[in-house]
Write a protein that binds this ligand. Structure first.
Ligand SMILES: Cc1ncc(COP(=O)(O)O)c(C=O)c1O
Length: 433
């Protein structure tokens, strides 16, 4: 009998969010306006940053961040293969090129040592003046090694645009993500830690870049184009550049304002689920829990009230909980493992199919799977488990039981046969001995 389906992700949208959206619809201002401004101000307060430009996706934010820093055709940007399509496609929008650098096996974040190696390599030196930026991706919500990345960027005069689609909220060595790189891009897509349905934001300490992104997010029209239909605005506008239509709507922002208020509560619940998974799976030899090093520190003590902003250390956002299979100890591969969980009614996913094995990047840049051995190897053994605040304790128990059940049924049994005794060895072999 098929079990009730537990989806991989489900947004936490309650009566408050619904009321806020209804109020906005009733107020009659649907597109970018006062709710969007309020949402931007809320994000600025929450992460403690100077400028926030809300947009309709993180993809839009990445695109306009690269536009603001002046990326040109033929330039190159260093990034990771272990990411979603958006990170590299936005580089390609400019006819610029992603330079992929493999990840650190422990965190699956871009490996700063390999960035350095790449910059110092003959190919890196030859293209040195075309390499303009680094896009680190805080994979699953665990911050990259930003000290090293910023120091490499400073030494080589590169701009750092963080892809923090997974990292709202996260803390790196006591600094909230959004205050480290030159521009940081967040996602508020339906599965993310807080959502506006579709949405994103670019944050930066640089006023000039913030202005440029704001203008380019609404047709390249001069300042505060959205106000032109208000009593404060004017019909007159000027087009400063051929911009884009990337503005966030007030309907979406109304949802975001309430989600932002609930962000700490969401984060505490995600951390609690991560802790329960790690406690349950740690003793299994057939799987590995996320990141090994520092995991206990990032989850917090049981029962401890979690205050993400007061953290002196590094905190995971727990956007994703990625289990790694020890394939040598299982009789099944990752795909079959996922099928088995599906049979038990558990939705899962895989983050990510590394960029370099997708047809477009393979064909455009001639990549082979082995070019990024860590990304490729780890890809074959990762499974993202459900982790979201709406999961009940019983849902979490179900996932734990299902994983244990699949592991127990498919773990490699040690051979029960005894090693061959000399009496079993054939006469021919014995004669030769
Ligand atoms: C690492 C990463 N970057 C960027 C994005 C794009 O976000 P959005 O859907 O808000 O454009 C995603 C989306 O899931 C992502 O996982």
């Amino acid at each position: 009998m098929k079990k009730e389906w537990l989806p991989f992700s489900r947004p936490s949208v309650g009566p408050e969010e619904i009321q806020a959206v209804v109020d906005t619809l009733s107020a009659g201002w649907l597109t970018t306006g006062p709710r969007t401004k309020e949402f931007e101000a809320g994000i600025a307060r929450y992460i403690g940053c100077r400028n926030v430009v809300a947009m309709n996706s993180c993809t839009a934010a990445l695109h306009l961040a690269l536009e603001a820093i002046g990326l040109r055709a033929g330039d190159a940007v260093i990034t990771t293969p272990m990411t979603f399509a958006a990170t590299a496609e936005t580089i390609r929008y400019f006819n610029a090129h992603p330079i992929l650098v493999d990840v650190d096996r422990r965190t699956l974040n871009i490996d700063p040592g390999k960035i350095e190696e790449r910059l110092r390599s003959r190919a890196g030196r030859a293209r040195r003046d075309r390499i303009k930026a680094i896009i680190p991706v805080h994979y699953a919500g665990y911050p990259c090694d930003m000290d090293k990345i910023m120091s490499i960027a400073n030494a080589h005069e590169l701009t750092v645009v963080e892809d923090a689609a997974h990292a709202f909220p996260a803390v790196y060595k006591g600094t909230v993500v959004g205050n480290i790189g030159h521009i940081t891009c967040f996602s508020f897509y339906a599965t993310k830690n807080i959502t506006t349905g579709e949405g994103g934001a670019a944050v930066t300490g640089n006023d000039e870049w913030a202005d440029r992104m704001r203008i380019m997010s609404l047709h390249g029209i001069s300042r505060d184009a959205w106000k032109r239909y208000t009593s404060e605005g004017s019909w007159y506008y000027e087009i400063a550049a051929p911009g884009f239509k990337y503005n966030l709507t007030d309907v979406a922002a109304a949802l975001g304002i309430v989600q932002l208020r609930r962000s700490d509560e969401f984060w505490a619940r995600r951390s609690g689920i991560a802790r329960r998974y790690t406690d349950a799976f740690r003793s299994l030899d057939e799987v590995e829990t996320p990141f090994g090093e520092g995991i206990d520190d990032t989850i917090g003590a049981p029962g401890e009230p979690l205050q993400w902003k007061d953290i002196a250390g590094t905190r995971h956002s727990w956007h994703l909980y990625i289990l790694r299979l020890v394939l040598g100890k299982l009789e099944i591969d990752r795909d079959k493992f996922i099928d088995e969980l599906k049979q038990l009614g558990i939705g899962t996913s895989v983050h990510f199919i590394p960029l370099h094995i997708h047809p477009y990047y393979r064909e455009t840049y001639g990549y082979k799977p082995g070019d990024y051995p860590i990304s490729h190897g780890e890809y074959q053994r990762i499974v993202s488990l459900p982790i979201y605040p709406r999961m009940s304790d019983a849902d979490v128990d179900r996932v734990i039981e299902a994983v244990k059940d699949v592991v127990h049924r498919h773990r490699k049994r040690k051979s029960l046969r005894k090693p061959k005794s000399p009496r079993n060895v054939s006469t021919r072999t014995r004669r030769r001995q």
